[in-house]
Design a protein around this ligand. Sequence first.
Ligand code: PGA
Length: 253
Amino acid sequence: MVKKIIVGNWKMNPTSYKNAKDLLATLSKAGKEFKKTTVVICPPAPYLALLKKDFARSSVLLGAQDAHEEVSGAYTGSYSAPMLKDAGATYVIIGHSERRKAGDTDKSINAKIKLALKAGLQVILCVGETARDEHGDYLTVIAHQLKTALEGVSKNQLTKISIAYEPVWAIGTEATGVDTPENFHHNAIYIRKIIADLKGVSAARLPILYGGSVTTKNAESFLSQGHADGLLVGRESLNAKNFITIAAIASRY
Ligand code: PGA
């Protein structure tokens, strides 16, 4: 059975290393209970190397929240994929809607993915529409995001990629709703079809995660009715108890 992937995106939290360490300590202790799940925590980049050192034996994997499209150079305030890998990241989130809003383009996302793969990172590519329309036009937004992001990515490299479907209107404190598991399931099938057509491979095993206001209350429905291969969790990943509950639910699927 393939393990579900539960990713915690801490965003720009918590505000001290001490709190980050306490949070990961609680999760790492619980790690034993959810051996059947792949748990990834994406802390702010400055905590990565510290957490990697302090939790060298933890079963919780670490990820970065973004990576620059160049290896090095005059890019003040940025971190490149090889640096993040060196600091302890196994995964990297690319194309998160908050990064797209901050300036990521189709082109830069594509370059970031290629460089992250080259650096040996596993990529979690975020796609999702900002608004949903009754006619299904939003599906062309998802198709466009996939097509541009994966340009030049080989069939072999696809095995290092997971897709997080995150409808933007369902993300964060300003969310106007949460998607339904049924709709997620339809969209996941659509995503597989787009990728299969693009790359000429079966995308049946490509992990497709749901993200956007995941809680202890709705996690199960996305995994059961929605057939999600995992979840990308924002706010709830800062609450150790709730995040552990979500991961424990996933370990049953
Ligand atoms: P949320 O964030 O769970 O707080 O909605 C999800 C995300 O931004 O990945």
